[in-house]
Ligand binder design. Structure first.
Ligand code: HEM
Ligand code: FPP
Length: 302
């Protein structure tokens, strides 16, 4: 036994899973930005939601999104064991039994959908179910191991949260919420391909056909630049449909230009120089944090 009293028995190799291991199955670091974007969707939506219901909606989205990550880790346990970046995860390490991880993921995927539907509305619940299904079935099970376009199509899963947040407040899907979806949709390829450039050896070893592995680094870099160029005008759209102010508009242009600049630097970099790609990956996260942060801040001061 180790020093914590929060231990659970589990693990095919006889390992002992801690609460932290179960938390790790929910991919908490990625989910922070997911939840943040859902909150942004809730805040810019017209109308209001009782604070208790708003909190319930945020919790349901957090747990539901995280749980689909647990199912992803259950399905990907073979390739996670091979890749350096993921080998220390609880399932490949034998601290959590795969069957237990799957049960954990399914229960925590289904319960938040039902709670969100019963407590808030069924449009938001349906979108949460769709997002989870997209991440598990479309991205993880169907596309990830088959095509380098896996994250372009499958990436739609991660674009749903602001739309779910919006629907929690309004009960509908509108042009404005589709625009928030589209921003994350077009942000995802440069976000992920930046990482896959410096992690391509891992993906190659695991036999996952990520774009740099299949089409090479130069083609990946060109496509990253193309997506940042689409994102630059697209990210201004919230201002045009009236859900954002001029502070947002200015920020989106500055961030968009910086993102394009990152992509140009990545494109021009030497094949062996991974620094620009690492910087771009970091900037991609900052980009979304600041962009949605300004959207939220404008509401708070309005
Ligand atoms: C198909 C779509 C996506 C793919 C394939 C992808 C992939 C990845 C990967 C592989 C990492 C490294 C994580 C790790 O080492 O554990 C990462 C990090 C991250 N991703 Fe994504 N991502 C996607 C979409 C998103 C979306 C939609 C968001 C949020 C809106 C997001 C937010 C983040 C954040 C915040 C990190 C940094 C986590 C950390 O600090 O370790 N990602 N992403
Ligand atoms: C509401 C809802 C269900 C939201 C979905 C959440 C979300 C951000 C999905 C995007 C997918 C993601 C984190 C992929 C990581 O890729 P991977 O799974 O291939 O990464 P890995 O190699 O680190 O496992």
């Amino acid at each position: 036994m180790t020093d914590t009293s929060f231990e659970l028995r589990g693990g095919a190799l006889g390992g002992t899973a801690s609460v932290g291991d179960y938390m790790a199955l929910l991919k908490p670091r990625v989910m922070i930005l997911v939840v943040y974007s859902a909150i942004a969707g809730m805040m810019v939506a017209p109308g209001g939601l009782h604070p208790v219901l708003a909190l319930a909606a945020v919790l349901c989205i957090t747990v539901g999104a995280g749980a689909s990550g647990a199912i992803n880790m259950w399905y990907d346990r073979d390739i996670d064991a091979v890749m350096k970046r993921t080998a220390a995860r609880p399932i490949p390490q034998g601290r959590i039994d795969p069957d237990e991880a799957l049960t954990f993921g399914i229960v925590l995927s289904v319960v938040p959908v039902l709670l969100l539907g019963l407590a808030v509305n069924w449009v938001a619940a349906g979108l949460l179910a769709l997002a989870s299904a997209f991440y598990v079935f479309v991205y993880t099970i169907w596309l990830k191991r088959r095509t380098p376009q896996n994250i372009v199509i499958g990436g739609a899963a991660g674009a749903f949260p602001p739309m779910i947040g919006w629907a929690a407040v309004t009960g509908d899907v509108t042009l404005a919420s589709v625009i928030l979806f589209a921003i994350i949709f077009f942000w995802t390829p440069p976000h992920f391909w930046a990482l896959s450039l410096f992690a391509s050896a891992d993906y190659e070893k695991a036999g996952v056909p990520m774009l740099p592995v299949v089409a090479g680094a130069q083609e990946t870099k060109r496509q990253m630049l193309a997506y940042t160029l689409i994102l630059l005008p697209l990210a201004t759209a919230p201002w045009f449909v009236g859900i954002a102010g001029t502070a947002y508009l200015a920020t989106s242009v500055v961030l968009g230009l910086l993102f394009v600049l990152c992509a140009v630097r990545v494109l021009r970099a030497d094949a062996t120089d991974m620094k620009p790609a690492r910087r771009m990956f970091g900037f991609s996260i900052l980009y979304l944090f600041v962009l949605f942060g300004v959207l939220i801040a404008e509401r708070l001061v309005a």
